[in-house]
Design a protein around this ligand. Structure first.
Ligand code: ZN
Length: 116
């Protein structure tokens, strides 16, 4: 299984088989497990480890906002800036659960080597 694929399936960064979140759904926050249920890898490697995921989250959010802005400019000729800003604000709420999960996953995968 490729590493990118297991990242988006929310699998443990060490064994790529254990589940990181109790729920696999993209649209719910769910509860994050503290350890991998298969290899017992501790996800929060040190206190405050996931503060760094905030940077990934910010990048993802800005990428989505930028994409929405460009798309709305391309698809609609006369669209007000306040409508676009409202659309972007709505996307922040809609993408919050997936953004939360993906940013933590990316942060863990950056700092954990796979061991077989
Ligand atoms: Zn594991």
């Amino acid at each position: 299984m490729s590493r990118i694929k297991s990242l988006f399936q929310f699998k443990c960064p060490k064994c790529e088989s254990g589940n990181v979140f109790s729920e696999k759904k993209y649209l719910s926050f769910g509860k994050m497990n503290s350890n991998s249920n298969l290899c017992n890898h501790k996800f929060e490697m040190e206190p405050g480890f996931f503060f760094g995921a905030m940077y990934v989250s910010y990048g993802l959010t800005m990428a989505i906002a930028g994409a929405l802005f460009v798309l709305s400019q391309l698809l609609f000729e006369d669209i007000s800036i306040s409508f676009i800003l409202g659309l972007i604000a709505l996307s922040f709420i809609l993408f919050a659960p997936i953004n939360y999960k993906v940013s933590r996953m990316v942060w863990m995968y950056l700092f954990t080597q796979k061991t077989v």
